[in-house]
Design a protein around this ligand. Structure first.
Ligand code: AVI
Length: 321
């Protein structure tokens, strides 16, 4: 599951569906039209994202995993002993396992995710795999400030934010998140973060325009979701996936493009599209190590160490507050 998490829980479905509908109507009323990328991760979207991670063209997941495997001892040294590890947008990922297997006497592990079911499943599994570890799942939206329960006592707090999910935030939101993390970990706290690096445009293009069309299905699923959950009437076959690399901003820009002039309705609201008009759905920022270091420094984090792969396609950085 991606780090924004699947946000559908049976008993909270109604409230969430109102919020989703309101958000969709607001986004489609803007010029240019836009939809928040967190809405890409309903149950189906999360399944499709898991498939993306397995694609030969989608290098980030396996590259980050290889970096973690190769450097986990050095990473554990940086984090130090008796640390409380807070994972933002925790998945069921192998990266977390590697880290937990190597941490020196961790005080506690706090996986944070917006999806309760997924979070509790992960916590149950981890309790079996790590019987001595104090595990406190937190159902929360990590883009908002979070609090560590007072019962959790470690020598320091380290936030783990893998997967380059930071890249899906616009720069102001990324800075805000860094500040929240800084407040959470306190003085001498840590942040272990994975981020994607700038590289050859063809490699980037292939990663977001895979030959099997899984990324296209992932993106267009958002229109299906609107039809399912927000009384939408999109004729999805009249829209296409578009992902292009914008070199100036160092980011992949993902949108859904209308292939003709058309009108659709969402919960009784009318939306007109001209041929070629885009709905922006996601950014995926690609950084340089220097640029990332500068962004972190603007929020008073200092880069202590960075690990990368031979091709320098992806980086994992340890920062201290
Ligand atoms: C979750 N996130 C880091 C992915 C990325 O690469 O930006 C989301 C994604 N969108 C399309 N493919 C993958």
């Amino acid at each position: 599951t991606a780090s924004f998490g699947a946000s559908r829980r049976k008993n909270a479905t109604q409230v969430e569906s109102h919020e989703f509908t309101a958000d969709v109507i607001e986004g489609l009323s803007q010029t240019p039209k836009r939809l928040h990328c967190k809405h890409l991760y309903d149950r189906r979207g999360s399944q499709l994202f898991d498939q993306i991670c397995e694609l030969s063209e989608y290098y980030p997941t396996r590259t980050e995993l290889a970096i973690m495997n190769r450097n986990v001892d050095a990473i554990a040294d940086q984090i130090g002993s008796n640390a409380t590890l807070v994972e933002l947008g925790s998945g069921s990922s192998q990266k977390t396992r590697i880290l937990l297997d190597h941490l020196r006497e961790p005080a506690a592990y706090l996986p944070v995710d917006i999806s309760r079911g997924h979070l509790l499943e992960t916590a149950t599994r981890l309790r079996v795999e790590h019987p001595g570890l104090d595990i406190h799942p937190l159902v929360a939206d990590f883009t908002q400030p979070i609090q560590i329960p007072p019962s959790v006592r470690g020598e320091k707090v380290c936030v783990y934010f893998p997967g380059s999910t930071i890249g899906n935030l616009e720069s102001q939101d990324a800075l805000k998140l860094f500040r929240n993390i800084h407040d959470l970990v306190g003085p001498k706290g840590g942040l272990l973060i994975g981020f994607d690096l700038q590289k050859d445009t063809d490699v980037l293009h292939a990663a977001y325009n895979d030959s099997q069309g899984i990324t296209a299905a992932f993106n267009l699923n958002l229109l299906h979701r609107i039809n399912r959950e927000a009384c939408g009437e999109f004729n999805v076959s009249q829209f296409e996936h578009l992902a292009v690399y914008d070199q100036t901003h160092g980011r992949i820009e993902i949108s859904i493009v209308s292939t003709c002039d058309q009108t659709t309705h969402v919960a009784g609201h009318k939306f007109h599209f001209i041929k070629g008009e885009r709905i922006h759905t996601e950014y995926s920022h690609k950084y340089t190590i220097e640029g990332f270091r500068d962004m972190a420094a603007a929020t008073d984090f200092t880069a202590r160490e960075v690990w990368t792969d031979e091709r320098e396609w992806f980086a994992v950085m340890y920062l201290e507050s």
